[in-house]
Write a protein of this length. Sequence first.
Length: 346
Amino acid sequence: MSDVVLGIETSCDETSAAVLIADRDKAELASLVILSQDIHKVFGGVVPELASRAHLRAIGPVVDRALTEAGVPLSAVDSVAVTAGPGLVGALLVGVCFAKGLAAAGDLRLIGVHHLEGHLFAPTLDDPDLKPPFVALIVSGGHTVLLDVPAWGRYILLGQTRDDAAGEAFDKVAKLLGLGYPGGPFIEKLAAAGTDRFAFPRPLKDDGFDFSFSGLKTAVLYAAKERKDLEADRADMAASFQAAAFDVLTNKVLMALDRTGYHTVVLGGGVACNQTLSRQVSEAVGEKTRVAVAQPRLNTDNAAMIARAGWFHLGQDRESNSYLEVDPRMPWPGLVRDRELYPTST
């Protein structure tokens, strides 16, 4: 018998709902609706209060649309999977409260999902045969995390950012260069017309598994202030910044593959939508190592990945109850730190 999972995602500035129809080892995405909040472009970043209010207005219609597109009535839904963290606390509350209400009213199974774990499962919606073990690099506006994934539900933290996340650095550099928000797509497009001629630093490139992008962002700031004609140099600055950031990300992946001996890499998060990054990682790891990247719609914040991760946990007989709370700094389920298994690592 098929299990119909309704996914809900409201961790930041996308209101999203999806319907997943699962049968034993196969999960098929029946619908996915993502409503992005354009108002934040005016401010060059997400305004939490505005995000929460927009979620309140949109959550009902977005869920209704997802059910309609899937051709599934609410009465046919068996389970609700919702992002419980990390994220903006007000935004998370909208999704979790809505999900708890649906679950209580319909006597449905409920599961709270870690947002970043959802990103890990996103490529399986395109490729159901994707399975651990693999190295995972999650790069988004709020997170940069490098993981050893020996099995679903078991995650070994190899490294994470010490300051700015990669996506955050892209947004800030885009603002410095007078580009739009979010910055990633604008920088990728501009960088295609430029050359890597600025000697921007590669922070921590060969030093452990952690990341740091604050110094790189500051280097771009000083270079921009020194330009007599910023407009003439913008493309080269964008290309140089992107090259520096991606050199660091790529090298950390290579180091992780050497450490684990794996032959599969999963790239996830909004920055993984950048084709330059996926191409550079693929070229660096070589033909014997597979690089799995979900389609862009599934790499940005979306409810399909939440439904897929939720289905996994439900299959392990894990459920949440009416006391499910949001946690803006929610710890990874099943996560252990690298030093517990590799005492000599930095």
